[in-house]
Write a protein that binds this ligand. Sequence first.
Ligand code: COA
Length: 360
Amino acid sequence: MEGAKGEQCSQSKNSIPRSLDSADATPFEEMVAVRNAVETQILGGDVLSHSAVELLPGFRNVYKPRRLFVAGVGGRMVGRAVVSWLASVNSPVSSVNVEVLRRHRGRGIGTALLDRMERIARESGRATVQSHVEHSALTGGSVISPPTRFGQLSLDDDPGVRFLANRGYVLEQIKRISFLGLPMDAARLNELVQTAQRAADPVYALVEWTGATPNRWLTDVAWLKTRMSTDNPTAGLDSVEDPWDEARLLQRDRDQQASGRSLFTVAVEHLPSGRVAGFSELSLPDVGRAARQEDTLVLSEHRGLRLGMLLKAANFRQLGARADLIYTFNAEENRPMLAVNEAVGFRPAGFGGGWRKVLI
Ligand SMILES: CC(C)(COP(=O)(O)OP(=O)(O)OC[C@H]1O[C@@H](n2cnc3c(N)ncnc32)[C@H](O)[C@@H]1OP(=O)(O)O)[C@@H](O)C(=O)NCCC(=O)NCCS
């Protein structure tokens, strides 16, 4: 965790703490508070807030290393910036994110942090910089769209949109953030599962589990995770295959356990081959009742058979009454997934922008 040059900025260098019990964990907790404050303000609520315990394993993930910078004013942390990259593949992409508390904006802190991230990206040779940023819902006024024409962001109301557009970033993709209030009507949920199950019978069978991936499915789920990196629509953003194997999946399961989040997974087994044809994951925090939709994928050779709906509805049923809300991010051009989510009752709540700039 490092300081950045900004107005009256503190400068120091620490490593990401091993655990939150260690003496050097306080700055990490302050950084999480900055993240939560900025993102709560963008979305008008704290549904997407995470605790330091939940986020720490991600910051120590060896498959996706991160460098974290914070900006301080008068001894108080007021901003943060993260640069990350894929370790297991030769990719030209650096992912960056910069956040500054509202009261301290417009004084050059965001620019100083972004300049630092870009310098690191350039020096590492991963000079295609991409940023996935949360943006507020539309309130009218001028808008900006990606080249695909799917979705719009407000140019007038969102400082992040202006900030990136003014620094040469191109908006390549918009994701829709959607919320589903729970509980769902139990009869309707059963009907969704049963209708989709009738369409899938007798070739596919549901398999459900909570927590770590059962040994029997490690190879198949690792393969599905690899496919997630290529089959998810990415519009004009750079994407490369990010390979998963059993060891990486087992590490993910250990990280999930350490984060205090519970993982609920549903898969469909293709009975003739005994292989998994698709899966869907939800995670739920230890404290709080907003569940996060994680990966959902049906392998291309099994699509068009309502397995997407089967997976989602069955997993919502497995989650049951433990959550009050599920949130999800979907590309605006991902019509098949949005159609399933809209049919279940998800409503738009905000946006995620996918921005790209090639440094010269
Ligand atoms: C985007 C964000 C990081 C900008 O942080 P910031 O500290 O306000 O950034 P800066 O002060 O460097 O620049 C903000 C604006 O103030 C202007 N500015 C900077 N110093 C100034 C000064 N001394 N006087 C007048 N204007 C100034 C900049 O030119 C810039 O204008 P622009 O956005 O129209 O280009 C902040 O708004 C934020 O956290 N938003 C939510 C997260 C987000 O969207 N992040 C996107 C980046 S990955």
